[in-house]
Design a protein around this ligand. Structure first.
Ligand code: ASP
Ligand code: MG
Length: 419
């Protein structure tokens, strides 16, 4: 059996959904579990609704109305008024969704986030599963929260692999023998029965978890790019497509911020030796990139990864103390506790500096925690450039005429923080 994953861009409107249906139709006779994300930019819209709601901004109600309209318009285009059951189902889901706002609970942001933001995936998969049925595909909608079991680390829940495997094995292989399963990425449930999420862009990871638990023969991630390229084609020209990559190379690329794959995706696949196929939903006949164990490692191809919206954080002692091991361990503990992610770091006599994705909420929390003992300064609006396997000449070309704030080189990887 195979696992497919379709991301937000592949289901952003009615035409895109028809295309997904055409692709699934080509594999109709295979055993298939399909993981789907929220439509287009829905997850961002949901995050925005939640922020408005928490800040007592009455505009949240209009934002909900807009989100509802977006989904109903897609239904309208797909069905042209036929099949009232699809409309009723969506109406019901929106009632469940709005109920969380009626409760008026605003205290626990991370918890509330997971109850609300995961609805994007529920809306999209309901619409798509019903549509597939309407065009004659035997599709069954399943709620991923009943299978992907996690701890209660809201917004970045960790998978309970053992329990997940037994839940999946108990039910899914039987169903797969005569239906295509349509389910959600990104969401799970903890032992208390509350919804959780796996972190932004986590649907790739969900596909890998299902594949692992089902011992799938392959995972196919369908994207708007031809496969894995050595740089983001939206930012760089003359990109090169990798025909194959090892798990290790793919992990490293996603770790440094290549947004083509979620960094956690590879581990479950590598553990069970399941190949990952990254391919185009625009040109499904093309071969894309295969990621597997013994792929040929093309060390000579440089890989460029640019991460925007970066922030440098400088931490200094407030009493002229060195930033040595004791202080560092205190700083790291606070960083881990506040779930701040370090993309690059450097220490000097009087301060410790690190580069992180700019997240005001997390950085403020970190500041509050460390500020009695340390002074924190932030430098937002930066860019982190990572280059693997590059010659000096190549690096010069990419960094020429730019203000370098920090640079670091180790083995075959060079990193630069730029203005
Ligand atoms: N919809 C979620 C997000 O945009 C999960 C995903 O797309 O992978 O982060
Ligand atoms: Mg998405």
């Amino acid at each position: 059996m195979k696992v497919f994953k379709f991301g937000g861009a592949s289901v952003k409107d009615a035409e895109a959904i028809r295309n997904v249906a055409r692709i699934i139709k080509m594999y109709e006779n295979d055993q298939l579990l399909v993981v789907i994300s929220a439509m287009g930019k829905t997850t961002n819209a949901l995050e925005n609704i939640l922020t408005q709601f928490i800040n007592d901004n009455a505009a949240y109600a209009e934002s909900i109305a807009a989100l509802k309209k977006f989904h109903f318009n897609i239904l309208e285009e797909l069905y042209q008024g036929e099949d009232p059951s699809a409309y009723h189902q969506l109406e019901d889901l929106f009632l469940q969704f709005e109920w969380f706002f009626e409760l008026g609970e605003k205290d626990n942001y991370d918890f509330l986030y997971d109850q609300i933001v995961g609805f994007g995936e529920i809306f999209s998969t309901k619409i798509i599963a019903t549509y597939l049925q309407s065009v004659g595909i035997k599709a069954k909608w399943l709620d991923a929260r009943n299978f992907i079991i996690t701890n209660d680390n809201y917004r970045e829940a960790a998978i309970d692999f053992k329990l997940t495997e037994s839940m999946v094995q108990r039910k899914i292989p039987d169903l797969l023998s005569d239906e295509i399963i349509i389910t959600q990425g990104f969401i799970g449930k903890n032992r208390q029965g509350h919804a959780t999420t796996l972190g932004r862009e986590g649907s790739d990871f969900t596909a890998a978890i299902f594949a692992w638990a089902l011992n799938a023969q392959e995972v196919d991630i369908w994207k708007d790019v031809p496969g894995i390229l050595n740089a983001d084609p939206k930012k760089f020209s003359d990109t090169i497509l990798f025909e194959e990559l090892s798990y290790r190379d793919a992990v490293e690329m996603s770790y440094y911020g290549a947004s083509v794959l979620h960094p956690k995706t590879m581990q479950p696949l590598q553990n069970r030796n399941i190949p990952l196929h990254v391919r185009s939903f625009v040109k499904p006949e093309e071969s894309g990139t295969m990621i597997f164990d013994r792929a040929i490692n093309k060390q000579h191809i440089p890989v460029i990864i640019a991460k925007e919206n970066q922030c440098l954080v400088h931490v200094a002692s407030n009493n002229f103390d060195f930033i040595a091991e004791r202080n560092l361990s205190r700083i790291f503990q606070a960083i881990a506790q506040n779930r701040v992610k370090i993309n690059l770091m450097r220490n000097s006599a009087m301060r410790f500096t690190f580069c992180t994705d700019f997240d005001e909420r997390k950085l403020n929390a970190l500041k509050t925690e460390l500020e009695p003992e340390f002074v924190l300064e932030t430098e937002p609006g930066l860019r982190l450039l990572t280059i693997r396997n590059a010659t000096d000449e190549y690096i010069d070309k990419l960094t020429d005429n730019q203000e370098l704030i920090l640079e670091q080189k180790i083995e075959h990887v060079a990193q630069f923080v730029l203005q």
